[in-house]
Design a protein around this ligand. Sequence first.
Ligand code: NAD
Length: 473
Amino acid sequence: MSFPTYSSYEELLSAIDAGDSGREILNPATGERIGFADTDSVEDLNAAVTRAREAFASFATTTHEQRSAMLNAAADAIEANAEPLAQLLSREQGKPLNGPNARFEVGACSSWLRATASFELEPEVIVDDGETYSTMTYRPLGVVGAIGPWNWPMMITVWQVAPALRMGNTVVVKPSEYTPLSVKALVHLIATAVPEGVLNYVSGDRELGAALSKHPDVDKLMFTGSTSTGQKIIEASAPTYKRLTLELGGNDAGIVLDDVDPAAIAEGLFWGAFINTGQTCAALKRLYVPESIYDEVVNALAEFAKNVPMGEGLDENNVLGPLQNKAQYDIVADLVQKAKDSGARVVIGGDPEEGQKGYFYPTTLVADIDPDNALVVEEQFGPALPIVRYSTVDEAIDLANSLDVGLGSSVWSADRERALSVAERLRAGTTWINNHGAVDPRIPFGGSGHSGYGVEFGIEGLKGLGQPHVITG
Ligand code: NAD
């Protein structure tokens, strides 16, 4: 397969017809218009599902080797266009080009595609005892609907699309209405590596997402987004028995144990909480620190945080950017205000500039905050970290486990055995030790409780995009 190469993000926008009509998309750092999004109707969605259904019959008969080759070809197309993709992503999402941001996200797209191409899913022999021989294989499911959020729009689309294609399904992608152009450009490039009709794109708001989630000819939904939307999707998809993978909101706890060197963990804690300016599902969103080293940890974190540059994404020096949209900015500002009103101590930040053109909220650390404060128990999804004091490890574990959500969590300690004994007691899909949020295409990732169900990544992730088929005899 051959793929186009674009020398600039403008050329890429023109190739995806985002240049002159549709819904205006603005750069959240500057308010400048960067392009126009399609406003697809339910009829357009129906046509996309029909194309996917028609393409399925033949695509389902391709082999794992053929589909792996297609994923590698898609990775080639992304790598050849990495800079225009990153330039577009930075302008639309707001995240800086550098740091763990736009260029990093585009790089993750190709590496996830290659990793997903490399996994080997062998038929499983379940019983072979001389009397019974039973095997289980995974067949393609059919048409997969992929509905995504605006925080890591390209990478999450790949998380949904790569395993779906690898397993022989066809796909209809419906990105967030906040970041449709980055995803359209990505889908345009991946589509060059697969047969016509296999990968489809529709653009619209929550109503279009709702139509996709109840569409009778869609077999499975890969959904990443908020917990409340996840519940609506469960309800809407129930009458047609769709399979679901739900990656929903989280409010990840991190527990620091009293044996750490505060200065040594400050950088890891910072990026665990503030990666993508806090707009990350599995970011550290509430930090529990023991009384004995509380001030040292808070001060070390503040010392690191105050030197990390925030600003417009196209400035190569910045590694933190704006909130992606006004609604998210208001949520963060409101939660920090509630914390201030309750008497919590703002260590740094908490004072956004009035009248600025972008949705910049400064890096904020809030100390001496009650464990039941709204900034602690609600998902802030932005650059404001509450730091709660605790006196016993049992108390910290109880506080960490006290919410309905459970996506990620972390334990920070110089003693691995001690950290493991705490990690085993945390209710979450993943617990990291001395790290928070490091995902890996080989390692399953998913939520517990209201953070969703099903896992992505690795062999387990592939199985979620297949229909198990047992043959016994
Ligand atoms: P959101 O739920 O508002 O929107 C996500 C997507 O769902 C969008 O494409 C939207 O158009 C669509 N949608 C909205 N209503 C719908 C409906 N009724 N039916 C079908 N689709 C509908 O979420 P968001 O604000 O874009 O994303 C932020 C949230 O996503 C945070 O809570 C974050 O924690 C979560 N998230 C989770 C993960 C994870 O892997 N668990 C990853 C990233 C983000």
